[in-house]
Each structure stands twice: as C-alpha cells, then as structure tokens.
Design a protein around this ligand. Structure first.
Ligand code: NA7
Length: 542
C-alpha cells in the first residue's frame, strides 16, 4: 500500500475562502492542497446558478481587497453582481494567482480524523458525483474548513416530493446548461432570497408560475444599476473598505451614512423620512436605519409597517398584497431579501400566489402539487427551500478530533466554537466563518479575509515557535459561546424562526449560530487573542 501524501495544510472548499487561503499560505512557503467537490472553483457561486441569482452585498464591497493589481484589472458591471460575473471573477482570481495547480476538483472530503501521535489530520476523500468507491487519503498538519455557511442544501421536507413525474430543480444545484421554461406550468416552493430572486425571472419565461409561499418575507428593493469606472476607482474602493471595517456589519453603506441613533430619539416624521431615504437607496441598509430597528419595540414595528405599506402600494390585488405582507415575524427577524421586481411580479396575469398557511401542501404528486384546497398541475417544479446553514457542511464530514471525539456528537445540541475559528478537542483544525463568528451577519468577503489572514498568521507563528499543535481550551470556548448567546439575546433575529437558529431544518437544535456583536469588536478580540500569544488556546511544542 502506498503511503498517503503529506502536506502542511489541507483546505476543504475552493470558494471565496479556499482560494484566498491558498494564495496566502502558499506565499509563506507552505504546501497546500485545496479539495473541492465541484468541477470548478467558486463555492456558493459555482453551485447557485438559478435564474436571477445575485449577491446582496454591493459589488464594490464584494471583491477581494488583497490585491491592487486585481482591482485595477477587474471591473464590476452592476451595483449587485450576477452569479455569472462573480463566478467569472473567482475563476479570474484562480488563474491570475496560479491557484489551480493546488486545487483538486471533483473530490469530496468524507472524513477527517486527528492523529494524536502524529499531530496531524488524516483526511479521506472520494470522487464527487461519480459512482465509485475509490478513495484516497492525505495527511496534513492543519486542516481548514472553507466549506461555506450556506452550502449544504436542506433535504426537502415536503411529502411526496420525489414522486413528481416532471423535472424537479433545486435553486442551489441548478443545471449548468440552464433551463428553458417557455410554455411550461411551473411551481416554485420557497420565498426566501433564492425564491425572491428567481421568481421574477422565471415568471417572464413560464406560461404560468405558481408560487407556493409558507412565510411571507420582508423584501427590500435593490435599485440595481450599471456601475461606471468612477464607482470603482482606487479611491472609492479604499474609502469604502476602510469605512466598512468600522461598521457592525462590515458594510460601508456608502461611507458611514449609517444612523447611530435610536429612532425613539427622533420624531415620527424624521423616522419615516429616514426609512424612505434608505428604501430609495436600496439594499440591506434599512436593517441598520436606527440602532433599535433590530430589537423588539416601536421602531421595529414602524419599520415593519413601512414595508407593509410599500407592499400594498406595489401589488394591485389587495388580497394578494395581504398574503405577501409578513405578519408572523418582526422586521429583520429573517434575513432580509433584496429584490428586483419581486412584488410587481404578482401583478402579472400568469403568476398565482398560493398561500400555504391557508391551504398547506398535502402532497406532491406525479402531476403536480395537491394542497388542501386544490390540485395544481405542473410541468416543472422548483425547490427554493434553503440550506442546513452554518453547520450542515461541517457535520456532513465525519470529523473526529483528539481521542476520536466526533464533531457531530459534540455539536448534537448546537455548535460550540472558540471565536468561530476553532473547536476544543479538535487541534490544528480551523473553520473559516464558522458558527460563533460574524460570518453571515457581515459582508462575507470581509469576514473571510479576516479569518484567512488570522489563520495564516497563526500557522506562521506556530512554525516560527516550533509548535506542533494548537487547540482551543474548553474554558475559552465556553465563555465565547456564552458571549455569543448573550449579545444575541436582545435581538429579534435570535428569537424568530430562521436559518440563523436552525429552525428551518426539522430536528436541528435551536441555537443562534452567528456572532451579532459586530465586526469591529470581533476583529479586535481576534487580534488581541493573537497578540497575547493565542490566549484561550493550548500550544504544544514539537
Ligand atoms: P431560505 O431563506 O431558508 O428560504 C427557504 C424558503 O423555503 C422559505 O420561504 C421557506 O419557508 C421555504 N420552505 C422551506 N421548506 C418548506 C416546506 N417544507 N414547505 C414550504 N416552504 C418551505 O433559503 P434561500 O435559499 O432562499 O436563502 C438562503 C440565504 O442565501 C439567504 O438568506 C441569503 O443569505 C443567501 P419558511 O420561511 O420556512 O416558512
């Protein structure tokens, strides 16, 4: 039997995080292998190819910040980039920095076991997608999970969903060649961001579109537009990037327009003017209009009512409008959706909204969907039903730490991490934008870069000090987990049903997973931990 390859760092995933990590680690002379299940790089932007897929972070804040040359060679077309352009950008990055030679595509990591004696990870891979039991093993000193927060699709929990005779498409696994819905009767289940973005585009093509809505969401306008060169010149980029570092979300919102007051400190007229201004500006800004928008109380209620009014203005049929008005959760308690033409789509003659709260799906049947009220015949079915967010991609891998401890078991009641970067009992393992870090509540690009930089510096430090392993202590982890829960407690988002708490996946323990304390505080904490010689970690010499 041949001995497995031995490398310094094994990185799982070739999306935004994996690509940048490879670039950074390689610059320090480390041997790195990135293992990726897809047959191309791009992660989220490789898989989520559904019609209308876009980023809800503005393009000028979504591009990597590590290379002025890359900035000068690339220009974004639109304020909110399409999936094809982001994927093209990531492919450009892979070529520009000669990353591909260390990326192994079409390969899935199925297990990663820590070898206490060798102080290294034994990682088992198998060909992705192929019907083969051929596997391979790799040994790496460090293992970094760059597996993404929204990469493991949720298993659809809809009775009979496999029995539909026509094609069933999942927004997160869309066919690469695209789908032509011309002349077809299409049904779409799910009205989160993926549904909200794809519904207007599918409606333009299909003969008839039935939108199956269980929960009405708050949808705010993107006001997307073409970008000019002036929008993305070096000065503009530098200014936005530096101001983003000082905002809780890591989003610049055009350079610090973010309102630092509670709405209760201003008059009702001023509050409404501010909502209107941000609505016109578009994007996620409304969520941060005032410091008290995200907590229960009059400001949150006023924001909700403001959006309710907008829906009623946009949707002609009052009954349809009332079905689209979100009533069962506060504003911002689920991830806001950023749209182009979503509500207007329900004014089209070929679009029907099916209210699953009134008439739930009884079963998907070979010819369509049967609700408690009717049988809807369909030619194609689209599932926009979401993800096993934050932990799904990690627990899908059989990760075993020191002494064989299983991550799945350790996280059976919810994830516990130190800083969202490391897990006690799992030495030399890092998670990029893991649970317990700002991740999905921040500009992902910024948070990914911060974690990659931190991990790279950490590995360099260990090598310079001849340290063979690093492991978070239980005590540091417990106190971080308690802090993550404490800062989330007053917010509406921690108490609603949403994928941040895992309530979208039946049986998943209810734990608020991301860190809501804000990017600046979080960055400072991580920097201080490193400055103090990796406080909260046990370092063991070689
Ligand atoms: P989301 O936001 O989790 O949305 C999933 C949608 O699917 C949501 O409307 C769900 O309704 C609906 N859903 C899920 N299961 C069912 C069943 N069984 N029956 C009916 N409806 C169902 O996922 P997205 O992919 O849209 O967006 C994920 C993130 O990606 C997004 O927040 C951005 O950050 C990018 P529910 O609300 O559970 O009633």
């Amino acid at each position: 039997m041949t001995e497995p390859d031995t490398i310094d760092v094994l990185v799982v995933g070739a999306g935004y995080a994996g690509l940048y990590l490879l670039h950074r680690l390689r610059a320090h002379g480390l041997s790195v292998r990135v293992v990726e299940a897809g047959d191309g790089v791009g992660g989220t932007w490789y898989w989520n190819r559904y019609p209308g897929a876009r980023c809800d972070v503005e393009s000028v804040e979504y591009g990597y910040s590590f290379s002025a040359e890359l900035d000068s060679e690339w220009s974004w077309n639109e304020r909110y980039s399409t999936q094809p352009q982001i994927l093209a950008y990531l492919n450009r990055v892979a070529d520009r920095f000669d990353l591909r030679r260390d990326i192994q595509l079409n390969t899935r990591v199925v297990a990663a076991h820590y070898d206490d004696a060798g102080r290294s990870w034994r990682v088992r891979t198998e060909p992705a997608g192929a019907d083969s039991d051929e596997h391979a093993e790799l040994v790496a000193r460090f293992c970094v999970m760059a597996t993404g927060c929204l990469s493991k699709p949720k298993t659809p929990d809809i009775p009979g969903v496999g029995s539909f005779a026509g094609p069933t498409y999942s927004t997160s696994r869309w066919p690469h060649e695209g789908v032509d819905f011309t002349g077809q009767r299409v049904g779409i289940i799910g009205t989160g961001s993926s549904g909200v973005q794809s519904i207007p585009v599918i409606a333009e093509q299909a003969a008839r579109l039935h939108v199956f809505q269980r929960t009405a969401n708050y949808v705010v306008p993107a006001h997307n537009r073409e970008l000019t060169n002036a929008d993305q010149g070096p000065e503009e980029l530098a200014e936005r990037r530096s101001s983003a570092l000082n905002t809780r979300s890591g989003l610049a919102f055009d350079g610090g327009e973010l309102n630092e007051r509670a709405a209760t400190e201003v008059s009702e007229e001023e509050r409404e003017r501010e909502f209107e201004r941000l609505w016109r500006k578009g994007g996620l800004t409304m969520l941060l209009a005032f410091t008290d928008v995200g907590t229960e109380g009059p400001t949150n209620e006023a924001a909700a009512e403001f959006v309710h009014r907008k829906i009623r203005e946009k949707v002609r049929d009052p009954k349809v409008a009332e079905t689209l008005v979100p009533r069962d959760h506060p504003f911002g308690a689920k991830r806001l959706c950023v749209d182009t033409g979503y509500y207007e789509t329900f004014n089209r003659d070929n679009v029907t909204l099916v209210n699953l709260r009134e008439t739930p799906i009884e079963q998907v049947i070979p010819t369509g969907v049967r609700t408690t009220a009717e049988h809807i015949e369909l030619d194609a079915l689209v599932l926009a039903t979401g993800f096993d967010a934050m932990t799904g991609a990690l627990t899908a891998i059989d990760i075993r730490g020191s002494g064989g401890a299983r991550l799945r078991q350790q996280w059976a009641n919810g994830p516990s991490t130190y800083l969202g970067l490391a897990v006690a009992g799992f030495p030399n393992l890092f998670t990029i934008t893991g649970p317990g870090s700002p991740s999905v509540l921040s500009n992902m690009r910024l948070s990914i870069e911060q974690h990659v930089d931190w991990i790279t510096d950490c590995i360099r430090y260990l090598d310079e000090h001849d340290i063979a392993s690093i492991e978070a202590t239980e005590a540091a982890q417990d106190s971080w987990v308690a802090h993550v829960a404490e800062v989330a407690e007053p917010t509406v988002v921690a108490h609603a049903n949403n994928w941040y708490v895992g309530s979208n996946v039946p049986g998943k323990p209810r734990v608020f997973m991301p860190y809501i304390g804000g990017v600046p505080v979080y960055r400072e904490t991580c920097e201080q931990v490193a400055k103090d010689g990796y406080q909260g970690f046990v370092l063991t010499s070689a």
